[in-house]
Design a protein around this ligand. Structure first.
Ligand SMILES: [Zn+2]
Length: 700
């Protein structure tokens, strides 16, 4: 090659004046061809630079990217530094291994070559010396790159072809997910570790029951159960670790067809992302290269797997535009996810709000509002509908009620047994590890203090873990027993033929109630007209129409009962509004919203029920207003108030601002102005007078 024969022709004095940069990295490309000794070969390039005339102290090595697997320059600081040096004209030559190959395959290197051409920087690799500013050398670099790319392609195709052939026969040994393992003969079997096996079985059982990955994760957290994971990298590969179950992990397990005993190949495909990284893209089932159902034992059947995928897809859709079929959530709205607007045909969503401490649900058709800024299509209070649907189900379900309730009881019992088993295995493992640590500690020479100390620390650590596991197990066992003690058992037996009670039982959580509804009902269509029209479509295909009176409006719901109103009517004779409220609360009466009475509530009920006000009542009894009283006594209104305060005249408050109506004074003791007594003394006198019984007592 020309570049090899006459390298010195390309090297000019201005190249030598600048520094040499040796860039070292391990690219995945090189690893395909030659993954040994390449680092040494890269360093050997330095010697060639010295031979070409660069002093050794001016050959800079950039090796900070060694072992970096990032496919984009963004992650490689060394490469960025190199580009900067070349761009600033500090580099006379760049040394690197298989630059020509990289130049074709990596856009970063291609850019570097262009900068090299502009700054007249030479490039040296094992094949030779190039001057990118010369057309011939650029052509050569490009040509070699194209050839190496073709070479790589053939190599890859041959490798892939071999793999696929093997995969087609189901003989390819691909790393298995935790819970499955290869036996000595290379066949796939269920993981021999009993704890792993039963944990994964439990995982699928819980999913079958709840139909939601979130619920499975929650269940594992609540029961303080760990989930296994097998490490894949480096020297710890194959080791089993236990930790809390993550949602992403749960989804991985649910989507992995290997758990259904199917052999698959090509479930994901590598794709180059715009950022330069390679990403794995999941392929739809139709695009998998190989799919062999029932190829090996699994935890679920293939049809179960496909059902699960359908449910997961439906759940995922719940986050999409139409919110079809969301899985049961914890909120009380019974029809969440299955209620359809009869006016426009769209799914209705649930809107919760708090009303005096309880969660109240409305079904809202607000698609048009969100998307187009129009007004809400219709809002229907959820409680009325939920109650009607509950009643309907209870009526419809009479014959099946027994079985259902019995099933629930059975299920609780089985569930607890499964969990207890897994938990016991958790304890067993902790005990085994503690035993192992103890043995290790016993075996070590006690004089070897360093080792003995660390082993002892390890033993203590394992003992602590054992203790924790055991305590958790005991605690949960006690809780289980509490949930299912004799009394509960008896009450469940009582529930066996009483679904209504089960339905109404506050201990049955909303999610379970909703699951029953979702099991039986496909969807419910609501139209709000003169009446509320409810169209129910059952899973089995039957439909049912109901008309419900429109739910009461807010004040109707708040209406206070007739007895309490009568009570208020009576109390108003004696008390002001706040007095009535205090009296009612003392008697244990509550308002329509089940709250304690206040002055304002009493006033509202009084007005709403058109009760005669206390003022009118007092006037009817002949009491005088402030003005009338002042005229009557020939004094100022202020004076009336003072006299009343001092007890000279009798007044009755008709409101809570202490405004009064006054009893017209009668008899010989009509107070007059300026009786020659100090007001304080007269008050004393008035008091005495106002208690004639005392007077009599004095006289006797
Ligand atoms: Zn609508």
């Amino acid at each position: 090659m020309m570049s090899d024969r006459e390298p010195q022709h390309k090297i000019r004095a201005d190249h030598l004046r600048r520094d040499a940069f040796l860039y070292i990295r391990q690219s995945s490309l090189q690893q395909v061809f030659n993954n040994t000794e390449s680092t040494q070969r890269q360093y050997a390039l330095r010697q060639r630079a010295v031979a070409l005339g660069w002093p050794i102290d001016r050959v800079h090595v950039i090796d900070s990217d060694l072992g970096q697997s990032g496919a984009s320059a963004v992650d490689r600081h060394g490469f960025q530094k190199l580009v900067a040096e070349v761009g600033m004209g500090n580099a006379g030559i760049v040394l690197g291994l298989e630059v020509s190959r990289l130049a074709r395959n990596s856009s970063d290197w291609h850019r570097l070559l262009e900068i090299c051409a502009l700054s007249e920087t030479l490039i040296l690799d094992e094949d030779g010396l190039y001057d990118p500013s010369h057309f011939n050398d650029r052509l050569l670099l490009g040509l070699k790159g194209t050839m190496s790319e073709a070479e790589l392609h053939v190599l890859r195709a041959r490798l892939q072809g071999g793999l696929r052939n093997k995969a087609r026969r189901g003989e390819l040994q691909i790393p298995l997910p935790v819970g499955l393992a290869y036996d000595d003969a290379g066949r796939v079997v269920l993981e021999p570790d009993a704890q792993v096996q039963s944990t994964i079985k439990l995982f699928f059982q819980v999913y079958q029951r709840t139909g939601s990955a979130c619920a499975v994760v929650q269940h594992f957290h609540q029961q303080q159960l760990n989930f296994p994971r097998r490490l894949r990298l480096r020297e710890r590969a194959g080791r089993l670790v236990w930790g809390p179950l993550q949602h992403s992990r749960a989804l991985q397990v649910l989507h992995n067809p290997r758990y259904a005993g199917a052999f698959v190949f090509g479930r994901t495909r590598a794709r180059r992302l715009p950022s330069g990284r390679t990403g794995l893209v999941n392929q739809p089932q139709e695009a998998w290269h190989v799919l062999l159902p029932d190829a090996h034992p699994g935890y679920i059947t293939w049809s179960q797997y496909q059902d699960n995928q359908r449910v997961l897809r439906a759940n995922a859709l719940a986050h999409g535009q139409d919110r079809r079929k969301s899985p049961p959530h914890q909120g009380p709205a019974l029809l969440q996810g299955i209620v359809v607007c009869g006016a426009c045909g769209r799914r209705m969503t649930v809107r919760y709000h708090h009303r005096y401490g309880t969660l109240v649900a409305d079904y809202v058709c607000q698609h048009d509002r969100i998307a187009n800024g129009r007004s809400v299509c219709q809002v229907i209070p959820g409680r009325t509908i939920d109650l009607a649907i509950g009643e309907l189900l209870l009526k419809t379900l009479r014959p099946e009620a027994i079985e259902l309730a019995y099933g629930v009881q059975q299920e609780i019992r089985e569930r607890q047994a499964e969990i207890a088993k897994v938990r016991q295995q958790q304890v067993e493992r902790a005990r085994y590890e503690a035993d192992l640590s103890r043995e290790r500690f016993m075996r070590v020479d006690p004089n070897n203090r360093l080792v003995a100390d660390s082993l002892e620390a390890d033993w203590n650590e394992k003992l602590r873990a054992l203790n924790t596991a055991q305590e958790t197990a005991n605690q949960q066992m006690k809780q289980d027993a509490a949930v299912f003690d004799d009394e509960t058992r008896r009450s469940v037996m009582k529930l066996v033929d009483d679904l209504p009670a089960l339905w109404g039982n506050p201990h049955v959580c909303n999610r379970d109630r909703k699951r029953i509804v979702h099991l039986l009902i496909e969807d419910v269509t609501l139209i709000r007209g003169k009446e509320l029209q409810v169209n129910i479509r059952f899973k089995a295909g039957a439909t049912k129409m109901m008309s419900l009176p429109l739910p009461m409006n807010a004040w109707q719901q708040r209406e206070t009962s007739a007895e309490v109103i009568a009570q208020i009517d009576r109390l108003l004779e004696e008390y002001t509004d706040s007095g009535v409220a205090a009296e009612l609360n003392r008697l244990g009466c509550t308002s329509g919203m089940k709250r304690l009475f206040t002055r304002l509530i009493v006033a509202r009920v009084r007005r709403d029920s058109q009760l005669v006000s206390r003022e009118v009542r007092l006037r009817n009894r002949g009491l005088l207003t402030l003005k009338a009283m002042a005229q009557h006594l020939g004094i100022s209104t202020t004076c009336v108030k003072i006299w009343h305060a001092k007890g000279l005249i009798v007044g009755h408050a008709y409101n809570d601002k202490n405004e009064c109506l006054y009893e017209a004074p009668a008899g010989p003791n009509i107070p007059r102005k300026s009786q020659g007594l100090k007001l304080s003394d007269r008050a004393q006198a008035a008091k005495v007078i106002s208690h004639p019984s005392n007077e009599v007592h004095h006289a006797s």
